[in-house]
Write a protein of this length. Structure first.
Lengths: 312, 338
């Protein structure tokens, strides 16, 4: 199977990526103004205490040694303690990140469910009224900022119509889905607009291909031709775009979680930045960066699976 | 496989095309790419459809099974085993396409789906037209790969089109076309994109399949050498119309249309005295601004005022021979004299 070989090679390639993420995070934290000891002790810190804490944290060691300690700590899941909340960072992340993942995942799913069928309708009616309406609507969606769309949806569906809660998070899985629906839709709107533009163009390109005519000459059903021959080929470029958009989506979650008061990793990040909570910022940065590189890995694998020419 | 319906043998076996016309709306008005074509193909017969690029050969072929894309409009009559394909519902036509009438395309590179293994591309024809189960489909796919002469078929079934050479890809396409044992094969320049040696193998394969399975073939090509090597009868097309028909032997020996004569004059022949190859002056006309009268008259050395004013109809002048030229007797006499 060439695909297995491809996956193996692609996984190996993520090792330097991860190393790079660690180096950058390590350097960034050390470039931040102020030092952890002063932050912990406050204004009236005496030199002896500062030195004692620096020694305890290993900050009196040479930088390369510090980096080794740092790497070891990251791999053992020890990301330090939050300065503000006095809790292990790893616990905070474990608590908050799933919320963000669920929000992002739900948004991605909604975006796909909206974009795929509408792209087909638009592409197959190219230049007609459905095409114009669909493209026009999404053009507007694309040009509105996430926080604004969020506020509009909140005002209409939560405050006025009371179909959905104004914010917060649920008690169980179904309740979570219910609470996350509006924020996920907010995130999904711009993503589905981007996906639709791409997929519509891809479908138009593929529908004209010789192999689609050949599939028709075989006497296949229209549904088989559309899914097996058209959609599968059209998705190849869209999958890459989709994967890259997940990174943007995680960034968008920071804003959405704030607007909808969702206790996710995005909100945690905002709180940590306001509170100068360096260990939390550092831990979240690493977690999100790893998540994004994992998404890219997955994207490449899906792409290779869709298009065997990639895995060669 | 479903048993053939009883009327299939009794009702006139082959293909009978009458007045097939395909028009495209263009900014400069409608253009008839195919203009009133009549064509008969008997069971087991190979008919060559010959002409320059843009003469409407490929569109004719696609029009027969209504595979012309929007904004193309197809009209006329295509009688296949007693049924009119033009009047059929899309669902009924689907049962004919790929099952009774199969098609192969010019470019094996673009006609195979790049992201699906060839096994699936063969088997999906069987899924559409037979009740074979998974195992039987796989078995049949393997058998087809062997019929068309693909070495190591078992292993190659799960490979993708990009892993095959051009000739092998064309064999795959033929295997797909043969999957449901069609009665008629529409071949659209199947050898044009291939090396001469591979071309020869593919032609032999098609002839062999005709002999083994009694298949009829409509062979579209611009290569008269291919016609001479494979076809029983031929129809010469110019600007969307048929200008001459007859058996390959008769047309080659005695072309009656100046265009056919020109085409034949541009082919070097082994054994013939070495002479300058003739070429036809000028280029084929654009289909939106066809000249009045005979479409060929601006390039024709036999043209008279009548040719410029009146369009010559395709008329029979001998058994099994038709031509659309007012001066065909003169043309034939010239050919003999030369």
């Amino acid at each position: 199977m060439p695909l297995l070989g491809f996956i193996f090679r692609r996984v190996l390639q993520t090792i330097p990526t991860i190393a790079f993420i660690l180096v950058v995070t390590f350097i960034l934290v050390r470039l931040l103004p102020g030092d952890p000891a002063s932050a912990m002790l406050g204004d009236r810190a005496i030199d002896a205490d500062v030195q004692r804490i620096n020694a305890k944290l290993g900050l009196d060691q040479p930088i390369p040694v510090q980096f080794l300690y740092f790497t070891k700590a990251v791999f053992t899941g020890d990301l330090g303690n939050s300065i503000g909340l006095k809790l292990p960072v790893i616990e905070l992340i474990a608590h908050r990140l799933p919320v963000t993942l669920m929000l992002t995942g739900m948004a991605a799913l909604i975006a796909l469910l909206v974009a795929v069928p509408l792209s087909f309708v638009a592409a197959l009616n190219r230049g007609g009224a459905p095409d114009a309406i669909i493209r026009g609507t999404f053009q507007i969606g694309l040009s509105m900022p996430v926080f604004y769309v969020g506020l509009v949806l909140l005002t209409v569906f939560a405050a006025k119509l009371r179909w959905f809660p104004v914010g917060g998070y649920g008690q169980n899985f179904l309740d979570d889905l219910y609470h996350l629906f509006l924020p996920a839709t907010t995130l999904a709107l711009s993503l589905s607009a981007v996906l639709m533009r791409n997929l519509r163009a891809a479908i138009i390109g593929v529908v004209g291909a010789d192999y689609v005519d050949f599939a028709r000459a075989k006497g296949l059903r229209a549904r088989v031709i559309m899914t097996r021959h058209v959609l599968r080929n059209a998705l190849i470029s869209t999958v890459t775009l989709f994967g890259l958009s997940i990174g943007t989506l995680l960034g968008g979650a920071v804003i959405t979680e704030t607007v909808f008061a969702i206790p996710g990793a995005g909100r945690l990040m905002i709180e940590a930045i306001y509170g100068r909570d360096y260990p939390v910022i550092q831990g979240l940065t690493i977690a999100l960066a790893l998540l994004v590189s994992f998404t890219f890995l997955l994207t490449d694998i899906v792409q290779a699976w869709l298009d065997p020419r990639v895995a060669r | 496989m479903t048993a053939p319906s009883p009327d299939r043998k009794t009702a006139g076996g082959g293909l009978k095309v009458r007045g097939l016309t395909t028009t495209f709306a263009t900014p400069r008005g409608p253009a008839a790419v195919v203009d009133g074509i009549n064509l008969d193909v008997a069971p087991g017969e190979i008919v060559g459809l010959v002409g320059e690029s843009g003469s409407g050969k490929s569109i004719t072929l696609r029009s027969i099974v209504r595979l012309v894309r929007e904004p193309g409009k197809v009209s006329g009559q295509v009688e296949w085993q007693g049924r009119d394909l033009m009047a059929m519902s899309e669902a009924d036509l689907r049962k004919v396409r790929g099952a009774e009438i199969a098609m192969i395309f010019q470019e094996p590179m673009t006609a195979l789906n790049p992201v699906l293994p060839v096994r699936l591309q063969i088997e999906e024809n069987l899924s559409a037209h037979s009740t074979l189960d998974r195992r039987a489909r796989r078995q049949r796919a393997l058998e087809l790969m062997n019929i068309v002469g693909i070495p190591a078929a078992e292993r190659r079934l799960d490979e993708y089109p990009h892993q095959f050479s051009g000739g092998m890809r064309q064999r795959v396409m033929i295997a797909i076309a043969l999957a449901s044992s069609p009665k008629l094969l529409l071949a659209d320049e199947p050898t044009t994109a291939l090396d001469v040696t591979i071309q020869d193998q593919i032609l032999k394969l098609i002839l062999d399949l005709r002999d083994r399975f009694g298949m009829s073939v409509v062979f579209v090509t611009h290569d008269l050498g291919v016609v001479a090597a494979t076809c029983d009868r031929m129809a010469v097309m110019y600007a969307g119309r048929i200008v001459e028909t007859g058996t390959v032997t008769r047309v080659f020996a005695e072309p009656h249309h100046p265009y056919t004569r020109g085409l034949l004059g541009s082919v070097p022949r082994i054994g013939a005295e070495r002479s300058m190859l003739l070429s036809i002056e000028g280029t084929p006309p654009g289909l939106t601004d066809l000249p009045d009268g005979c479409a060929f008259h601006p390039r024709c050395s036999f043209a008279t005022d009548r040719c410029r004013a009146e369009r010559p109809p395709l008329e029979s002048f001998a058994a099994g021979r038709e031509v659309a030229c007012f001066h065909h007797r003169t043309v034939a006499a010239m050919a003999e004299a030369a």
